[in-house]
Design a protein around this ligand. Structure first.
Ligand SMILES: Cc1cc2nc3c(=O)[nH]c(=O)nc-3n(C[C@H](O)[C@H](O)[C@H](O)COP(=O)(O)O)c2cc1C
Length: 361
């Protein structure tokens, strides 16, 4: 049992979820965290989108919204971390309470609504970074009151063009009214065109990832795949939180409005990952997110088609040594299966996952 399971979690869980999140950020800022110092296993390195990731595991967006702790997150062992979602102007997000733990389900519901200190604050933080090692992506979004959501993504690319290793265009948060409509065929084609032009104007070929929802119909997945294949998008992140509430053990709290993350999202997000992989025919790499909280769940994401894996809620329940547990476990799995690299695991079970039924998950 880790120190976190014995003491840290008990302490943090005494506070409401948002306060605990703030305390954990402060702990990381103060250096009160484990470090994964071992040399990275070269068999775990992943090259996608013109970037070299030392390992396939990344910190998902939403934890470090304002770029307070990218260095500390990378020190836990993550090969990359995703800052944001950052909105152009500062905005407070929805009224509190707005993050809820579903302990019996190892899950979280949040309806933060893009609380953000805005572009200029995150940019200042990123410029202050002492070390530039490790991959830091910037997840960009739109202000709630914006009259042109697409324009806010363009502004994000202009603002962070010099510091982002990659951009994530997040059009899948369920907590900003109207945002998910950008996933529709025409609005998406238009948005990706504008994004493309904005990246071109920066003069750097910063890769762009697109983050989608797990609550899509087969037709909607078709439309997204078509728009992505006709664009310069470098990777797809599957997925954000879900509006579904199937099979939860937690009582009344499970009915809170917002996006559900953690263990109950694993099945659904992995099915959508595999279905997306089939549609993109391996032409666009995927990042698998949703319910990863162990070696086994990370491994299954890769088998279902993910080149990279991200997690957030798993860290809340399993603690800061989770990246180390997963990465050392992956090396052992490669030994056991006598495989030369993690690439040989990628997508070997896409069809098994893609044929599962979304309606029951
Ligand atoms: C409290 C909280 C805040 C989040 N905020 C964001 C966000 O700002 N932008 C985003 O793209 N995803 C956000 N997410 C979604 C995560 O990045 C991830 O896609 C989702 O939680 C599924 O992964 P998990 O089950 O490992 O948590 C948030 C998730 C949580 C739990």
């Amino acid at each position: 049992m880790s120190l976190y399971s014995k003491i840290g979690k008990g302490l943090l869980f005494q506070f409401d979820a948002e306060r605990a999140h703030g305390l954990s950020i402060r702990g990381l800022q103060a250096g009160l965290h484990p470090r994964f110092d071992a040399a990275f296993d070269p068999r775990l390195s992943v090259d996608i989108a013109g970037l070299k990731f030392t390992n396939p595991l990344g910190m998902a967006a939403g934890y470090d919204k304002n770029a307070d702790v990218p260095g500390a997150l990378l020190a836990l062992g993550f090969g990359h971390t995703e800052v944001g979602t950052v909105t152009p102007l500062p905005q407070p997000g929805n009224p509190k309470p707005r993050i809820f733990r579903l302990k019996e389900d190892k899950a979280v519901i949040n309806r933060l609504g893009f609380n953000s200190k805005g572009h200029s604050s995150a940019l200042a933080q990123l410029k202050r970074r002492s070390s530039r090692s490790g991959i830091v992506g910037i997840n960009i979004g739109a202000n709630k009151t914006s009259e042109d959501f697409g324009g806010d993504y363009v502004t994000g690319i202009e603002a962070f063009g010099a510091v982002a290793d990659y951009f994530t265009v997040n059009i899948s948060s369920p907590n900003t009214p109207g945002l998910r409509a950008l996933q529709g065929a025409d609005p998406l084609t238009d948005l990706l065109h504008r994004v493309d032009e904005a990246v071109e104007k920066t003069g750097r070929k910063t890769p762009v990832f697109l983050k989608i929802a797990p609550d899509l119909t087969e037709n909607e997945m078709d439309d997204i795949a078509k728009a992505v294949l006709n664009s310069n998008i470098n990777a797809l992140i599957v997925s954000n939180t879900t509006l579904a509430r199937n099979g939860l053990k937690s009582g009344a709290v499970a009915q809170e409005v917002g996006g559900l993350s953690g263990a109950p999202l694993f099945e659904r997000s992995t099915i959508v990952l595999a279905k997306t992989h089939q549609r993109l025919e391996g032409k666009v790499p995927l990042v698998g997110v949703g319910g990863v909280n162990s070696l086994d769940t990370a491994w299954q994401k890769i088998e279902a088609g993910a080149s990279l894996v991200q997690l957030y809620t798993g860290l809340v329940y399993e603690g800061p040594t989770l990246p180390k547990t997963i990465l050392t476990g992956m090396s052992k799995m490669l030994d056991k299966e006598q495989l030369p690299s993690i690439k040989h695991v990628c997508a070997r079970r896409v069809d098994d996952w893609a044929k599962k039924d979304l309606l029951t998950n």
